[in-house]
Every structure is written in C-alpha cells, then in structure tokens.
Design a protein around this ligand. Sequence first.
Ligand code: FES
Length: 112
Amino acid sequence: MNDWIDIGTLADIPQRGARTVQLGGGEKEIAVFRTGDDRLFALVNECPHKKGPLSQGIVHGHNVACPLHNWTIALQTGQAQGADTGCTPTIAVKQENDRILIARPVALSDAA
Ligand code: FES
C-alpha cells in the first residue's frame, strides 16, 4: 500500500513545467511534471543517460527533453525514446481535489 505525500496544488506547477520535491531521508529528488493537458507524472529527477535534471527539461506532449543532451524521456514510463535506451524510475502521482499527492517511493527509500 502506498503512503501518499501531499506536495502542493496543481497551481504550484506551471503547464508544461515541473517542480522538484526532496523527500529527505536520503531519498532521491523527485520531479513532478504537469503537461499541457494537465496530466501529472512523477519521475526520479535523473536522466537515464548521465543523470541530467529532467525537471529542467522541456515538456512536449507526454515527454520531456533532457536539458543536457536532449534525450526524450516518456513521462509515463520513464523510458528513453527513439534510439536511446535507459529508464528512469517513475513514482505514482494522483490528484485529489486540487491537491497533488505522490506515493512515497518505497523501492527508493532507505529501510527505516
Ligand atoms: S544526461 Fe540526459 S541526455 Fe544526457
């Protein structure tokens, strides 16, 4: 069962933008993306290529272009697109009323 964490409201993230969340406890930084059609996706904020900060990339459709070398990463799966290979872990995200909730990424957490 997921432990949901409230990270703010939809208005906190611009369309085709992202915000980052640091959960603490040694967990990796999470990037939460809002697409042009108001879908939400959350990924570990590291490109599968050389760990570029995906939150600073350009969102187009349901993809983000990495700011470092322009790989395209699918927001839904974290998979690199085209000829590139690699995958960034995804995190479950949902919206309840105007609040955004992300699942504590158990697989990435330190055992506590
Ligand atoms: S680090 Fe993202 S494309 Fe190279």
